[in-house]
Design a protein. Structure first.
Lengths: 225, 246
């Protein structure tokens, strides 16, 4: 109990859950890039995941808990910080804090909204059911046709726009979050901070370009059915 | 040079407070910022008005009493410089200068630019010490401390306790201030004995005093007139993690 009440304990919780979430989105990006191998690539990947059965649900449960902890403590910490700061200064200039670090709660909540939409879209097939894998005919090897679902979805400009915008928020969130996790777990000896901050922006950029390449290449007609 | 000042005036802790405009004529570039304010106050006193209340003591940049946010930066934003060591040559004729007190819920405003920083003492009292036997002087070098450890502890101990890190922090967090003492004492054999209890007690008190949480903006380091590194916050985090282990 003392740990989750502590200001440092909560910070460590944010760092550890954040690191797990970053690892997840890295693996998720690797999985998604199987779309570039064509229908055979991503459909086989999707089937392989589905065939794991109860393991999938166990994984989902763990990720949901991790995500939940990250969100709850993120909101709690933000509320506490707001309570600790009285009215604003008439003039305030930041020297080190940046747009990404000051808008973590905003980018975080927007990402939460995006994840809900993303699951409704590609997992639950609630939004745009007409082009979802559960409505489309199975592929030649009798697998759900995830490839066609992805391509048809991202051919819709609005859907692509939502995904690209969300990935910009992910970029902002990770660019502060990654180096923040290193600092919070105590891996900063002073000179290491500046390179770690650069690596953090680098990781965020790789994720940004990796993820948006899918809708952009589909919109551009390079990845097609 | 002639300057226009916008100074935070507040009669007491419960008063609303607002910025008021003052003229500072014939300011010499060789004056310190506080000397310039002294001149403004002399005119105010002569015309029967309330002088601007502000904290100051040594005026040598080492006591940590002066505490003003100048043009949006604690201590004026000059590298490793307290308000008292900030000189008017860093301003230009005709400049407008905004002068505000430290703002944090844990620092109630006493009057104008003077804030009550007792909360920092409360944090210090909760663990910023080592318990030791008094009595005869110990033999020289009876406790050996390596040069790197001594230097590290001294770097952390450079904190003058002015509170600029808290004033600059978007969350009003006192993490850099607290980490300085935790890191300094944890680096020395005398301090290691109580290290686990210290880090827990001091971070708990930090929260109880109403300071915010650290979210790694590093604004504290750039606000610190002694340029203290956020590596000490990383050290505090390591000490906290160590305190959880058996």
């Amino acid at each position: 109990m003392q740990f989750i009440q502590s200001t440092v304990g909560r910070k460590i919780l944010m760092a550890v859950t954040g690191a797990i979430l970053i690892s997840f989105i890295c693996v998720h990006l690797l999985g998604n890039s199987s779309v570039f191998l064509g229908a055979d690539g991503i459909n086989a990947y999707a089937k392989h995941l589905h065939d794991l059965g109860p393991l999938v649900w166990l994984f989902r449960l763990v990720m949901l808990s991790v995500f939940g902890i990250h969100i709850i403590f993120g909101i709690l910490l933000t509320l506490e910080n707001r309570a600790a700061t009285p009215g604003n200064y008439a003039v305030k200039k930041m020297a080190r804090a940046n747009f990404a670090s000051e808008t973590m709660i905003v980018s975080g909540l927007l990402l939460l909204a995006f994840v809900v939409y993303h699951i409704l879209h590609f997992t639950a097939h609630v939004t745009n059911p007409e082009i979802s894998a559960s409505h489309l005919p199975l592929d030649a090897l009798n697998r759900p046709d995830v490839y066609t679902m992805v391509v048809l979805s991202f051919q819709k400009f609005v859907i692509s726009l939502i995904y690209v915008a969300a990935m910009v928020f992910l970029f902002l969130h990770v660019s502060h979050g990654f180096q923040s996790f290193i600092q919070t777990l105590g891996f900063n000896n002073g000179p290491s901070l500046s390179p770690v901050e650069k690596v953090s922006k680098g990781v965020a950029l790789v994720l940004l370009f990796g993820y948006i390449s899918i809708p952009i290449l589909i919109i551009a007609g390079i990845v097609k059915i | 040079m002639n300057l226009t000042l916008y100074v935070w005036r507040q009669k007491g802790p419960k008063d609303m407070g607002k910025l008021e405009q003052y003229e500072a004529p014939n300011v010499s570039p060789d004056q310190s910022f506080l000397e310039m304010l002294d001149d403004v106050n002399e005119v105010l006193i002569k015309t029967g008005k309330d002088p601007i209340a502000f904290d100051h003591d040594c005026r040598e940049g080492i006591c940590g009493m002066c505490s003003q946010v100048i043009n949006g930066r604690p201590h004026g934003g000059q590298d490793r410089t307290t308000v008292c060591q900030l000189h008017m040559r860093s301003f230009k004729d005709g400049d407008s200068i905004y002068i505000e007190p430290w703002k944090a819920k844990a620092f109630p405003i006493v009057r104008d630019l003077v804030v009550d920083r007792a909360a920092m003492d409360t944090i210090m009292n909760s663990g910023g010490y080592t318990s030791c036997h008094t009595g005869g002087v110990p033999d020289a070098n009876s406790v050996m401390i390596g040069k790197p450890e001594a230097d590290y502890a001294m770097d952390a101990a450079e904190c003058i306790g002015c509170g600029a890190c808290i004033a600059g922090c978007p969350n009003s967090s006192a993490m850099l201030f607290t980490s300085n003492k935790v890191a300094q004492l944890a680096a020395l054999p005398q301090g290691r004995i109580e290290a686990k209890a210290r880090v827990k007690a001091m971070t708990e008190t930090l929260k109880e005093c109403g300071f915010g949480n650290c979210t790694n903006h590093y604004e504290c380091q750039s606000s610190c007139p002694k340029g203290i590194d956020v590596k000490f916050i990383a050290k505090l985090n390591r000490e906290y993690i160590k305190s959880l282990l058996p």
